[in-house]
Design a protein around this ligand. Structure first.
Ligand code: FMN
Length: 188
C-alpha cells in the first residue's frame, strides 16, 4: 500500500501571496495532498476561491464559521504530516513567537509540532532587519521550526526585500524532509 504525504499550506498577507497558487500547484505535482488556510488579511490580497479552486477543497479561513467540511482545526492539524506557511509575514512570525493564535493560520500552526512546521518568510528589507523580527526567527528556529530562507531581491514598489524562493525550490526542500512515498497525478 502507498500513501502520499499531507501538508497544510498556510497563506498570510505578504505581497508574495501572489505566489500562493503556484506553491499549491507545485505541492500537488510533487505528490502532496494539500489543504490550505488563509488569514483574514491574506483574503484582502487574493481570493479564497482561487485557492479553493486550485485545490478543489474548502479553505480554512474563518475560525468561527469554518467551511472545511465541519472539521475542527484540531482535526486538520492531526490530518497533516507538515504545515508550510508560505508566504509568512513578519506579523505571523511574531504571533507564533508570542503564542498568539488568533488567525486560522497561527491556530493551525499551534497544533503542529515545531519540527513539522516550515516557514517561508517574505517582507521588505526594513521589516526583515527589525530586531524583533530577527529575534522571533531565531527563537522559532531554536524551538525546532524550520525556515525556508528567503532570498534578497526586489519586492513591491521596486524596493529591496526578502523574497520567497521559487515554488519548485520550496517544494524540493519540503520533499527532502517530508518523505514522499507515492507521487500523485498533479493538477492543471
Ligand atoms: C499591499 C501590502 C503588502 C504587504 N506585504 C507584506 C510583506 O511582504 N510582508 C509582511 O510581513 N507584511 C506585509 N504587509 C503587511 C501585512 O499584510 C500586515 O502586517 C498584516 O496584518 C499581516 O496579517 P497576517 O499575518 O495575519 O496575514 C503588506 C501589507 C499590504 C497592504
Amino acid at each position: 500500500m502507498t500513501t502520499s504525504r499531507k501538508v497544510i499550506l498556510g497563506v498570510t498577507a505578504s505581497i508574495a501571496v501572489s505566489k500562493a497558487q503556484a506553491i499549491a500547484n507545485a505541492l500537488q505535482y510533487a505528490g502532496f495532498e494539500v489543504r490550505a488556510a488563509m488569514t483574514w488579511s491574506a483574503k484582502q490580497l487574493i481570493s479564497e476561491q482561487l485557492l479553493s479552486g486550485v485545490l478543489n477543497a474548502p479553505v480554512y479561513s474563518q475560525i468561527w464559521n469554518p467551511a472545511q467540511g465541519g472539521e475542527t482545526h484540531i482535526n486538520w492539524a492531526k490530518w497533516a504530516d507538515a504545515m508550510l506557511i508560505a508566504p509568512a509575514t513578519a506579523s505571523c512570525i511574531s504571533e507564533l513567537w508570542a503564542g498568539k493564535y488568533d488567525s486560522c493560520v497561527t491556530l493551525l500552526a499551534a497544533n503542529i509540532p515545531p519540527e513539522r512546521l516550515f516557514i517561508a518568510p517574505a517582507m521588505s528589507q526594513n521589516m526583515w532587519e527589525q530586531p524583533a523580527v530577527q529575534r522571533n526567527v531565531e527563537q522559532l528556529k531554536a524551538w525546532g521550526v524550520r525556515f525556508i530562507e528567503p532570498v534578497t531581491g526586489i519586492v513591491a514598489s521596486k524596493a529591496t526585500g526578502q523574497r520567497l524562493q521559487e515554488p519548485s525550490a520550496i517544494v524540493d526542500y519540503l520533499k527532502q524532509v517530508v518523505e514522499i512515498q507515492s507521487p500523485a497525478q498533479g493538477c492543471e
